[in-house]
Ligand binder design. Structure first.
Ligand SMILES: [Zn+2]
Length: 247
C-alpha cells in the first residue's frame, strides 16, 4: 500500500515551488493507486499563521487536488511529540547554545537551557525542541507524524534532501518503519529556472490555475500535449495521472 503526503508550512500563501511539490507527491500517489494526505506543518507557531493554512487548503482545492482523510495540524500534536522525546530517553540532552553559537556536546549548562538535542551517530546532534518558544523541531514532528499517519513514501524537493539522514536516524531510534524517499531535482523541465528561487515569488493565483498546473507539469519534466495547455483543470489532471513518469 502506498501512502504519500504533502506537508506545507503556513508561513505564506502557496507559491509555485509548493505547487510543484504538491503535484509531484500527488501524481506519485495516484499513479501508484495510493492515498495522498495533507498535513499542515505549523509546529513553529512563531513563523506560521493560521490564515495561511486555510488559504493554502483553499488554493489546493481550487487546483483540483483531493486528499484522503482529515487534514492534520502539527500545532494540535504537542503531547504526541513530547511522548516521542520521552521515548528517546538518554539520546536527548540539554544544550545552552544560542542560534549563532556552534554547539558541541557538553556545552555549558550553568547557562540557561535553550534547546534539547538528539545525540546522533550519523550526523551533527540536532535540535528536537527549543526551550525558548517551547516548539518541537521540524525533524521530530515530521518523523512522528509520518509514522502516525501511515505514510510510506515521501516525495519532496532536493532542497530537503539533507534532512533525510536525520529523519531516518530518528525513525530508527523511535522504532518506526523506514520510509521510501524521492527528492525531485529543483532545476528541471522547460522553464529551467531554479525552483528554490521561485519560493520567494508571490503566491499563485487561482484564476490562473490551469496555466500554473501546466507549468508545474513541465517543470517536473512531463510533456503535456499542446491541446492540454489552457484546457480545463480536470482534463489536465486526467492527462497527468495517466502519463506520469518520474523525471
Ligand atoms: Zn550546545
Amino acid at each position: 500500500m502506498y501512502c504519500g503526503r504533502f506537508a506545507p508550512s503556513p508561513t505564506g500563501p502557496l507559491h509555485f515551488g509548493s505547487l510543484v511539490a504538491a503535484t509531484a507527491s500527488f501524481l506519485e500517489a495516484r499513479a501508484n493507486c495510493g492515498e495522498w494526505l495533507v498535513r499542515i506543518e505549523d509546529v513553529d507557531r512563531s513563523r506560521c499563521r493560521p490564515h495561511y493554512a486555510s488559504q493554502i487548503l483553499t488554493t489546493l482545492e481550487g487546483f483540483g487536488f483531493s486528499w484522503d482523510g482529515p487534514v492534520v495540524y502539527q500545532s494540535d500534536r504537542d503531547e504526541i511529540y513530547a511522548a516521542a522525546i520521552e521515548r528517546l530517553g538518554d539520546r536527548v540532552y540539554a544544550c545552552s547554545c544560542s542560534r549563532g553559537e556552534e554547539h558541541r556536546r557538553g556545552c555549558d549548562l550553568s547557562k540557561p537551557v535553550r534547546s534539547w538535542r538528539f545525540s546522533s551517530v550519523a550526523d551533527e546532534d540536532f535540535i528536537l525542541r527549543s526551550a525558548t518558544g517551547g516548539f518541537y523541531s521540524y525533524q521530530l514532528a515530521v518523523v512522528v507524524d509520518d509514522e502516525a499517519q501511515g505514510v510510506t513514501h515521501v516525495v519532496r524537493g532536493a532542497d530537503l534532501e539533507s534532512s533525510t539522514p536525520r529523519q531516518a536516524e530518528l525513525q530508527q531510534a523511535l522504532g518506526y518503519r523506514a520510509l521510501a524517499y524521492w527528492h525531485f531535482p529543483l532545476a528541471l523541465g522547460a522553464d529551467g529556472a531554479k525552483l528554490s528561487k521561485q519560493n520567494a515569488a508571490p503566491g499563485i493565483e487561482l484564476e490562473d490555475a490551469s496555466r500554473q498546473l501546466w507549468r508545474a507539469l513541465r517543470f517536473l519534466g512531463q510533456s503535456p500535449p499542446v491541446e492540454v495547455e489552457g484546457a480545463a483543470l480536470g482534463e489536465i489532471w486526467a492527462w497527468a495521472i495517466g502519463a506520469w513518469r518520474r523525471p
